[in-house]
Structures are given as C-alpha cells and as structure tokens.
Design a protein around this ligand. Sequence first.
Ligand code: NAP
Length: 267
Amino acid sequence: MPLLTDISDLPGGTVLILGGTAEGRALAAALADPIVPAFRVISSLAGRTREPLLPAGEVRIGGFGGVDGLVGYLRAERVDFLVDATHPFAEQISANASAASAATGLPLLVLRRPGWIEQSGDDWRRVPTLEAAAALLPRLGRRIFLTTGRQGIAAFADATECWFLARSVEPPTPPMPRHLEVLLDRGPFTVDGELRLLRDRRIDVLVSKDSGGADAKLVAARTHGIPVVLIDRPPPPTVAMTVGSVEAAMTWLRDGRARGGTAEAAR
Ligand code: NAP
C-alpha cells in the first residue's frame, strides 16, 4: 500500500527506481518511511513474474519501449532522480537507463549489491558466460543444481550428459536440457534447506550467476565440498555512479535534493 499518498505539496523530488530486486524494494521501503524527507517514489518492474513482490510506494509494471520510451516516461512523470537497482545481470535495462540519463541530463545512480567473494573451503570456477559454464560441466560432475534463473537454463540445453535440477520463480521455456527437473521456488533460502536439497538430490556441482546477496547455497556447497561454477557479472555502466547499499543510495538522493535536484534538465 502506498505510504506517500498526497505528493502534490511535498518538497522532495520524484525518484524512479528500476527494480525487480531486493535492493530496489529495500530502497523503496526506506524512502517510504515517513521520517525520511519526502520523495515521490515510483518503482518499475519488468513484469516477468506473475506474482511479483511489490515494493512500497507507487509501482508500474512492464517495459518502457526502449530508450525513447524510457525518456518519454521520465519526462511525463517529471522524474528528478533515476536509480538503476536492477539485477546485476539485467544488462539491457541498465544500458537503457544510462542512455536515457545521457539524453535527459537526469542524475543516474546504480545500486548494485556487491558480488560474492571466495572464502576458505570454497571450490569455485569463475567463467565469463553461461555457455562457458555449460562447457565445463561434464568434467566437473553430472548432477547439476542450476540456479541461473529461468532465462539462463537454455544455455545448458546441449549438455546431454548431465542431469539438472533447475530452480526458478517461473517455469522455463524451451530450449531446455533433456534431463531436467524444475523446482519452482523463490528465496530467501536457508542454509539448512540448501544443505538438505544438495544432499537429497545428490548434487555434485552448483551453477550460479555471481548475483551477490544472500549466499545460503554457497555456504551449503562449501559445507558439502561441492564445486561451484560462478558466472561473472557484466561490468556496471561506466557513466553512472555505483553504490552497493541502500544507505549510500539514500545519501546520494538526500545530497541531490539538497542541491535542488536537476529536475529541469529532463523537462
Ligand atoms: P534486461 O534483459 O536487462 O531487459 C530487457 C527489457 O525488459 C528491457 O529493455 C526493458 O524493456 C524491460 N525491463 C527490464 N527491467 C525492467 C524494469 N525494472 N522496469 C521496466 N522494464 C524493464 O532484463 P532481464 O535480465 O530480463 O531482467 C528483467 C527484470 O528482472 C529486471 O528488472 C531485473 O532487475 C529482474 N531480475 C533479473 C535477473 C537476471 O538474472 N537477469 C534476476 C533477478 C531479477 P523496454 O526496453 O521495453 O523498456
């Protein structure tokens, strides 16, 4: 339910959060807190999941229609601050946000959780792409726990020697591996639950994107001595400032607001 109901006389600016992540929801919740100087907050979701976790404040769902569509939206809603809090692997929308910021002069902040760091006891192979991960698999093991998300499963369609347990929020679509069991589930996951899953399904390799954030599956893999194939994240857009926490994003917004924002640039 929106906490900021009447935005007409608030002194703060309008923030568009490109979301679909826990960070996006956390930032929207922090900005909706009544003790925070008022912002109008709009969160944008791609509309990939049928029952998305909805952020606090206003929410819009669906693509904008490329860079031009995003620019049009920013102008129509008189957005003052653009925050790209999308998933580290959502490259297209991040590139669009960068281009829209350049076209409008709107300040853009990238809020991106830090990637994971290997610890003692881990057995990780870092690879640049999903395809490189698929190429490594038969040598590493045959019973694979695939946690790359629905859209990442197709890259493993030709790995016919392996059996896959793929976990995703929505069912995958073809192409898919021949030996595939799909587990429809959404986090957060516990270490105990992940330990049980790896043991019960006799998993011998975990495949994940380097998404960062909650790491129960990595802790479980370390505990069981299971190798992990980790897909490196693409670099963040270079033109924007990047922060790794909601607190840092709040500071950026407060500072921008103290400077009067740059709302005029987009209008
Ligand atoms: P993508 O490939 O970067 O984006 C493809 C298109 O989807 C964009 O050009 C845009 O369409 C639309 N879109 C993406 N995010 C949007 C948003 N937050 N609001 C409005 N439109 C959006 O994105 P993706 O990798 O498919 O991810 C889609 C969403 O799922 C993202 O919001 C992301 O945060 C979330 N997510 C992604 C992953 C992942 O592994 N990629 C994992 C968890 C969550 P238009 O060009 O028409 O504007």
